[in-house]
Design a protein around this ligand. Sequence first.
Ligand SMILES: NC(=O)c1ccc[n+]([C@@H]2O[C@H](COP(=O)([O-])OP(=O)(O)OC[C@H]3O[C@@H](n4cnc5c(N)ncnc54)[C@H](O)[C@@H]3O)[C@@H](O)[C@H]2O)c1
Length: 254
Amino acid sequence: MSEKRTAIVTGAAKGIGKAVVGKLLSRGHTVAGFDVDEQGLQEMVSEMSHLGVFIPARVDVSSEADIEASVQSLQEQFGPITIVVNNVGGSMGVSQAIENVTSDEWDAIIELNLKSTFLVTRQVIPLMKEAQWGRIVNMTSIAGRGRSYFGGTPYAAAKAGIIGFTRQGSRELGAHGITMNAVAPGVVMSGERIERYWHDRKSEEERQGFLRLVPLGRLGANEEIAAVVDFLCSEASSYITGAVIDANGGFWVG
Ligand SMILES: NC(=O)c1ccc[n+]([C@@H]2O[C@H](COP(=O)([O-])OP(=O)(O)OC[C@H]3O[C@@H](n4cnc5c(N)ncnc54)[C@H](O)[C@@H]3O)[C@@H](O)[C@H]2O)c1
């Protein structure tokens, strides 16, 4: 039986993050969900209660003060945080040409995806170093591996940045028993946001054209991404660090 740990999942109230929370709870870990959607977090408390201890934490990941205060209070109540899933992110609906992206849009997308990954990670590393054990999983995307199908350059740049952060971080942290890996989903029907992009913004021809490039012939499901994250958070992935695991239905094969 593997050890029970305290974990943080960011962007936990919906989609992939919510599925990751379910997986980690079912492993017996105590899981704090960081999100700005307070109602979504509260609903999860009862929804997830049969699985284990879920702690809803209203944290805006763009606020270093919010993150610091929550990490501090969690570790006081539940002990060292040794699992972190930096899942929060998105393209914030920005898909226009480079010359039409505003400086504020650029900053907001880099902040939500890339800077939040740095800010949460930097708060927990001292705790993981003390424990000499840690698992950090960062959510990149097919957008960071190749290109984005729904978002624009800020999103692709942020997700590629997460891969650089993951590689360099793994080098720094390996000696302390801490692994850092990334997961790169293809298109996942994670909820309303992706439904909108897929059904409203793409024509039937575009949808079929995309699916023809996916050997498995379909979009991904939240649980299929959560399963990879769960593995990277477990003892079973002990010799994997600095890796990017593609979960995209075989998209690279074409
Ligand atoms: N769904 C896909 O097709 C897909 C593909 C590749 C990568 N990804 C990545 O996977 C991750 C999860 O995607 P999803 O589709 O499940 O997302 P989602 O939009 O369904 O959920 C994102 C969650 O993040 C929360 N959030 C937003 N801003 C926040 C902030 N400032 N602070 C705290 N929480 C905040 C939202 O309230 C929401 O609960 C993202 O990093 C996304 O870029 C998704």
